[in-house]
Design a binder for this molecule. Structure first.
Ligand SMILES: Nc1ncnc2c1ncn2[C@@H]1O[C@H](COP(=O)(O)OP(=O)(O)OP(=O)(O)O)[C@@H](O)[C@H]1O
Ligand SMILES: [Mg+2]
Length: 251
């Protein structure tokens, strides 16, 4: 099973992805977690030890050079477009129980659609992970689905879009659906987060009436507190974990 998580900034993508990853692992699955959001720290949310010391792959200059045969940061030079990546998940992942976690990091964008060695390696890695790994894969992404292309989209079982009760997160969900449709990814569903009561739930159902909802996670101070203390939302004693278990059952 291959799952991608997206949504507007701050809606709770990383919180939900971490709950999802830990829930799947608790159920006996081997999970490959991909932190594809340069500004996020999925490892900390999952509860991986020394999460802040994981080097993002985009910063592994020697590796990028070795695999693409090009100088990182170079533009316009020659380099391999199909670098070897199949050994990387096992070699580079941080681990917690049956969870392997890879942090991709960010690639500075130069001009329009720069094809640089860093982005080529990351793209190859994501393609490999989605098409060839047999674990459950969970990807925590940015507000877009930039890392996915036509080839990978067809192998993604579900794009989970996290929304909160608010106009902008609804607009972003619509935008993400459009981007997904352009690459042929139509398996899309909503996970509502930060729900304070029936009014919030009704608001989202009304404004996203043509989406499928997988679940509604409550607004919970315990999750904020856990975040502040560097504790995984899974270990926060939040009922959100129960919602996620229900969501997993329905996937
Ligand atoms: N259900 C919830 N109730 C209360 N607070 C929440 C809930 N879910 C997430 N939060 C809090 O909202 C903040 C943003 O959450 P999170 O980092 O998961 O969002 P994100 O979408 O991944 O953000 P970013 O776009 O920056 O990556 C955090 O402080 C988190 O603890
Ligand atoms: Mg995040």
């Amino acid at each position: 099973m291959k799952l991608a998580v997206s949504g507007k900034g701050g809606v709770g993508k990383t919180t939900f992805a971490a709950l999802l990853i830990r829930t799947l692992e608790q159920q006996g699955k081997h999970v490959l977690a991909i932190d594809a959001d340069p500004d996020a720290n999925l490892a900390a949310a999952v509860g991986v030890p020394d999460a802040d010391r994981i080097t993002p792959i985009s910063e592994m200059k020697a590796l990028i050079f070795e695999r693409t045969e090009a100088k990182p940061g170079s533009i316009g030079g020659f380099f391999k477009l199909n670098p070897k990546v199949d050994d990387l998940p096992d070699a580079l992942s941080a681990r917690l129980g049956n969870i392997k976690l890879m942090r991709l990091g960010g690639v500075k964008k130069g001009g329009s659609g720069c094809i640089c060695p860093e982005s080529t390696l990351l793209k190859a890695l994501i393609t490999h992970v989605v098409l060839a790994r047999d674990e459950v894969v969970v990807m925590d992404m940015e507000a877009g689905i930039e890392h996915l292309g036509r080839a990978t989209a067809s192998a993604v079982d579900r794009l989970l879009v996290v929304v909160e009760p608010g106009r902008r997160s609804i607009d972003t969900a619509g935008h993400i659906r459009q981007l997904a449709a352009e690459i042929g990814l139509n398996q899309i569903a909503i996970v509502a987060n930060k729900i304070r009561g029936p009014r919030d739930e009704a608001f989202l159902k009304k404004h996203l009436s043509d989406f499928k909802f997988l679940g509604f996670m409550p607004f919970d101070e315990n999750l904020i507190e856990a975040d502040l203390n560097g504790i995984s939302p899974f270990d926060a004693g939040s009922t959100a974990a129960e919602t996620v278990a229900d969501i997993v059952a329905r996937l």
